[in-house]
Design a protein around this ligand. Structure first.
Ligand code: SF4
Length: 280
């Protein structure tokens, strides 16, 4: 697509991040966006390289801090389509505080987390979503603590859109990311994106065998209680939109906020897009 850059990814062959990125590019194209109006902000980790491999405005930021940067971009130029990408280590450990506050602020943007339940770039340490008994170099007997449930964190912080997808299911993954982009507010998608090098537990086969597609159930994503029940089922791997508040209003559209965000400094080029283009 137009969103593919000419850089060759250095991800390991078979890494789930390939499928995650392809779905993001497809979803951006399908929602009528172009590289000219799209800004991808990434954190640090294998997932963090994504901004290099996508053709759009991009920033490869600081560990755990991609969300506040993305919010800043959106506030500076609300016309941009802002997509923040990261991994489970980046987003749910060092970035956990930002995650909660980004969720409750509900700025109109999307957040795609490549959740492989391991730190890949630093060669296989337990991450916030690693299983309690997952043996790694830093946890030879397992982390011995329950994994973070990012969907539950999001729901408790007042999320207006919570979804989960699987990188290998390309059609469904792109469709779920598209819904997050179209959502009026903060569209959060946790993507099972297997690390084929360091995680031999949460594999493609495991997800293929265990994932339940919410579209094949009678799940009502507008019902918060149903969403809560599904999200709290720790032994189930769901795919689809878990929760969506259809009355969501993005932060920048709220009364008292609207019109107060795009403060372009004196002497800046015409239009914030030009400003961003000059800057990067
Ligand atoms: Fe992907 Fe894991 Fe390789 Fe990183 S180490 S590129 S997450 S397979």
């Amino acid at each position: 697509t137009d969103f593919k850059s000419d850089k060759q990814p250095t991800w390991c062959p078979g890494c789930g991040d390939f499928g995650t990125m392809n779905g993001m590019m497809k979803a951006l194209a399908e929602t009528g966006n172009s590289p000219d109006d799209t800004f991808v902000v990434a954190g640090i980790g294998c997932s963090g390289k994504i901004g290099t491999y996508m053709h759009s405005y991009a920033l490869h930021g600081v560990h755990g801090r991609a969300l506040p940067v993305g919010i800043g971009v959106k506030m500076a130029n609300p016309d941009l389509e802002v997509m923040v990408a990261g991994g489970d280590g980046d987003g749910y450990s060092i970035g956990a505080g930002h995650f909660i506050h980004a969720v409750r602020r509900n700025v109109d943007m999307s957040y795609v987390v490549m959740d492989n339940r391991i730190y890949g770039l630093t060669k296989g340490q337990a991450s916030p979503t690693s299983r309690e008994d997952f043996e790694t170099s830093t946890s030879p007997d397992g982390p011995n603590q329950p994994p973070v449930n990012p969907k539950a964190l999001a729901l408790s912080a007042g999320a207006t859109f919570i979804a989960q997808s699987f990188s290998s299911n390309s059609q469904r993954h792109a469709e779920i990311v598209r819904k997050a982009i179209e959502h009026d507010g903060f569209g959060f998608v946790n993507v099972y994106s297997p690390c084929v090098t360091f995680n031999d537990v949460d594999t493609y086969d495991y997800f293929r065998d265990s994932i339940v597609d919410l579209d094949e159930t009678d799940h009502d994503s507008t019902d918060r209680d149903q969403a809560k029940d599904k999200i709290m089922e720790s032994d189930k791997e769901y795919m689809g939109v878990l929760y969506q508040d259809e009355n969501s209003v993005g932060f920048e559209e709220r009364e008292g906020v609207e019109g107060s965000m795009a403060e372009i400094p004196d002497g800046a080029p015409d239009g914030a897009t030009d400003l961003v283009r000059e800057f990067y």
